[in-house]
Every structure is written in structure tokens, then in C-alpha cells.
Design a protein around this ligand. Structure first.
Ligand SMILES: Cc1cc2nc3c(=O)[nH]c(=O)nc-3n(C[C@H](O)[C@H](O)[C@H](O)COP(=O)(O)OP(=O)(O)OC[C@H]3O[C@@H](n4cnc5c(N)ncnc54)[C@H](O)[C@@H]3O)c2cc1C
Length: 306
């Protein structure tokens, strides 16, 4: 617990939203429409920016680029009075009396409630030209999002143990040709799981990749230590994800090992008054899930405000 500092004490917001990606902006739009005094503080690294074109966001049958969706969500939040500031919040404290204080360097904000919408980060492979390969759809992180578009194509899944195997099995459900780049971890998984993989026609490349090259317009080439060179149209790294929950866990909020926060049915974390929405609080990382979380959390916060 921290006493509010006397010098230049900022006025008390109804809600501080940390993170201005899909979840944070939808929450800000709801809070604005509830006529609440909400501020979004955003570090500017939404995963939306990495989506070349999403085809599973409801309401966009022709698909929509992540950057365009981000701009539309921002416009909608601002339209209803939400305010936005660019900064990376580096600390969050519970105040003695009521609410929270957040800081980003010298900047401070106080709020009755905080909604954490800080998202998650994919663990990226070491790969030359990763950014352009992502934009070209040659490297992808989310088969839930775009597995459908791999039908009839050669697909590699790069990941260790049970996690890599589960991802390979999932990807193999889209009528494509899948190879699991197992990083020599295939012996770590139970025999029945390997059998399922074989039944689905998934090949296993046991040898460790020596180099992975993205070939502009021509997919991905994987050179293995045993000398073979494999060619794919699409590579899914399945190296894990880190939920950006440090601000909450440092306050004592409970989460899983990978940082995914525990929340109740109203999206409140185990710290009273601290809510979470979007990728930081779920393993089904989807825009529609983030939006639903945001609507639930914003409404719960509104109902608790005087
Ligand atoms: C390549 C790729 C393709 C995808 N394709 C799809 C798709 O087709 N369909 C789909 O539904 N989903 C897709 N997703 C997932 C989707 O992007 C996420 O589920 C969604 O963006 C989650 O929203 P969010 O608000 O939780 O996190 P984000 O949108 O990532 O926003 C989090 C924000 O919080 C900010 N932040 C973090 N820490 C701080 C801090 N301390 N202070 C201030 N700000 C902070 C970040 O800078 C960021 O702006 C894809 C993701 C990737 C990477």
C-alpha cells in the first residue's frame, strides 16, 4: 500500500486502462458510452499491427488489415470521449484510501479502477527477415486465426515437446501437408500422441534446423543439421507466448506460469479493483475474445462506480 504523494497529485480517474490494443480500446469505448472518465495509456505495440489481413473478425466478410482495425477501434473510442496517452506504464500501486496510482517515468495517474489490457508477446524464432515474412503471411503465429488459409499448402510447425505437437496436430486439421520441426523433442512426448500425429499424416523432422530462410514471395526454406533442405509455404513458430502481466503480478495478482492472469466472471483479477481483458488474461488470443472481455470488464467497473 502506498500513500498518495502530496505534490501535484493528479485527479482521480474513474478508470485507467493500461494498453490500447483491441481490449483496451473496446473497454474505453464502453466506458465512454457509460459517460465515465476513462484514460487509455498505451505503449504502442499492439499485436494488431502484425496482422496482414484478418478474415475471422466478425463483421468484416472481406477481411481487414490489423492496422486498419486498430485505427477504427481508436476512432470509435475517441468518438465517445475516451482519452489516449502514449507511454509505457512501469509501476502500479494500490493507494491507501481508494484506487491505484500508475507511473511511467515522471508521469503519474490515479484511478478508482484499473483495467489491464497489456496483451501478450509471442516468443519469436531467430529468423532473418521475420517482419516482412509475417506481413507476407509466410510466417504466422495463430493457426486459430489463419489455419483455414493453409489448405493445400506445405506447412511447418516449429516447437518443442507437447506444445509443439499439439500445435502440429491442430494445424493438420486444415487439409494441408504438415511437418513438425520437433527440435529433437519428439521423444519427450507420449507414444499415443505420436501415433495420433502419424494418423493425421504429419511428418516429423527430428534434426534441428541450422538455418531458416524466408524467401520473398516463395515461402520458407529450412536447412537441417543433417544436411537436408526442406521447403514450405508457411511456417508457424510454436515457441510459446508471454502474457504481459508484470504490473498485476507485482501487486500480488495470481496468474499461471506463463503470466496469464486469473480472473473471475467479471474479469476482476485476484486484486480487488484491478481488472484484466484480452490476451493478458486468456490463451485463446483473438480480437473477438478481447472485445468480449473488454465489454464485461467495463460494464462491471461501471456498475461499481458511484
Ligand atoms: C501475426 C498475428 C496474427 C493475428 N491474427 C489474428 C486474427 O486474424 N484474428 C484474431 O482475432 N486475432 C489475431 N491475432 C491476435 C490478436 O492480435 C490479439 O488477440 C489482440 O490484438 C489482443 O488484444 P489485446 O488488447 O489483448 O492486446 P494487444 O492488441 O496486443 O494490445 C496490448 C497493448 O498494450 C500495450 N502495453 C503493454 N504493456 C504496457 C504498459 N506497461 N503500459 C502501456 N501499454 C502497454 C501494448 O503496447 C499494446 O499496444 C493475431 C496476432 C498475431 C501476432
Amino acid at each position: 500500500m502506498t500513500k498518495p504523494s502530496a505534490a501535484r497529485t493528479p485527479s482521480l480517474l474513474d478508470c485507467l486502462v493500461v494498453g490500447g490494443g483491441a481490449a483496451g480500446l473496446v473497454a474505453a469505448m464502453y466506458l465512454g458510452r457509460y459517460r465515465r472518465n476513462a484514460l487509455v495509456v498505451d505503449a504502442g505495440a499492439s499485436r494488431l499491427a502484425k496482422i496482414p489481413r484478418s478474415r475471422n473478425v466478425p463483421g468484416f466478410p472481406q477481411g481487414i488489415a490489423g492496422s486498419e482495425l486498430h485505427a477504427k477501434l481508436k476512432e470509435q473510442a475517441l468518438q465517445f470521449g475516451a482519452r489516449l496517452e502514449q507511454a509505457c506504464v512501469d509501476s502500479l500501486q494500490v493507494l491507501d484510501g481508494e484506487g491505484f496510482e500508475a507511473c511511467a517515468g515522471e508521469r503519474r495517474w490515479r484511478a478508482r479502477f484499473v483495467l489491464l489490457a497489456t496483451g501478450a508477446c509471442d516468443i519469436e524464432p531467430e529468423l532473418e527477415g521475420l517482419a516482412s515474412a509475417l506481413q507476407a503471411g509466410q510466417v504466422r503465429y495463430c493457426p486459430v486465426c489463419d489455419g483455414y488459409e493453409t489448405q493445400g499448402r506445405r506447412v511447418a510447425v516449429l516447437g518443442r515437446g507437447e506444445h509443439g505437437l499439439r500445435e502440429a496436430l491442430f494445424v493438420a486439421g486444415f487439409g494441408n501437408e504438415v511437418t513438425w520441426l520437433a527440435l529433437q523433442s519428439q521423444d519427450e512426448v507420449a507414444a499415443p500422441h505420436l501415433e495420433r500425429l502419424r494418423e493425421r499424416g504429419v511428418r516429423i523432422a527430428a534434426s534441428v534446423p541450422r538455418a531458416v530462410r524466408c524467401l520473398p514471395g516463395r515461402g520458407v526454406e529450412v536447412e537441417l543439421r543433417d544436411g537436408r533442405v526442406l521447403a514450405f509455404d508457411v511456417l508457424y513458430p510454436a515457441l510459446g507466448i508471454i502474457h504481459a502481466s508484470g504490473l498485476a503480478t507485482r501487486l500480488g495478482a495470481r496468474g499461471q506460469e506463463d503470466g496469464q492472469l486469473l480472473v473471475d466472471a467479471h474479469m476482476q483479477t485476484t486484486v480487488s479493483g484491478l481488472y484484466a481483458a484480452g490476451d493478458v488474461a486468456v490463451d485463446l488470443n483473438q480480437v473477438s475474445v478481447a472485445a468480449a472481455h473488454a465489454a464485461i470488464a467495463a460494464t462491471a467497473i461501471h456498475n461499481r462506480l458511484p
